[in-house]
Design a binder for this molecule. Structure first.
Ligand code: HEC
Length: 173
């Protein structure tokens, strides 16, 4: 009986320690991640906000999508965007389409080629207070998040449009 009691105390102590370290490290993780390191679930099914084309080195085609909170805020022109807003920018290589050009009879068609990256802006005014309430995220097509150095220019540039709560893309009707 005594042995059982001792064993019970040991088991409880171990369980307590595990719970303590788990919550401590969970807390530390949250503090250590000033940007988004996990792709938000379901983003590919979100609603279109607008499209964009970048020339220069990027030569990309982009589709900007918003989750339900984002789309509601966009349509009702709510500023600042409420917590829970997520905006996604899906980028592709801007690629001439020989297939389409053949039908047109001349070179004029450009379509989404291979994906180049996916970017996110996640609104959480507490968690991302240091970057205007937005968590920035950048992922390669295979889902790998960018490192801290890569992420450092996101906020300073987006901060230039304070009047639209750091969001560049306008809603395309
Ligand atoms: C030099 C300025 C600049 C930097 C640096 C920058 N962006 Fe942007 N971003 C823009 C502009 C301009 C747009 C709108 C045009 C477009 O979509 O191409 C945009 C659009 C976006 C959008 C769509 C929502 C919106 O604001 O229009 C997201 C999401 C985004 N950027 C995320 C990021 C992330 C993540 C980083 C860092 C890895 C980053 N941006 C770095 C200028 C910048």
């Amino acid at each position: 009986m005594r042995r059982v009691a001792v064993l019970l105390v040991v088991v409880m102590a171990v369980a307590g320690f595990v719970a303590f370290t788990a919550s401590a490290s969970g807390h530390a993780d949250q503090k250590a991640a000033p940007y988004v390191t996990q792709i938000p679930a379901g983003y590919r099914d979100w609603t279109l906000v607008s499209v964009a084309h970048e020339e220069g080195n990027l030569n990309s085609l982009g589709a900007v999508l918003g989750n339900d909170v984002a789309i509601k805020a966009y349509r009702e022109k709510t500023l600042p965007y409420p917590d829970g807003t997520i905006i996604a920018a899906l980028h592709y290589k801007n690629t001439p389409s020989a297939e389409n050009d053949k039908v047109f009879g001349r070179d004029q068609s450009f379509v989404a080629g291979p994906p180049t990256n996916i970017q996110f802006m996640v609104k959480d005014s507490v968690k991302y207070a240091a970057t205007g309430g937005w968590g920035f995220g950048h992922f390669s097509p295979d889902g790998k998040p960018a490192d801290a150095a890569f992420m450092s220019p996101c906020f300073p540039c987006h901060e230039k449009v304070k009047n639209t709560d750091l969001v560049f893309t306008h809603y395309a009707p």
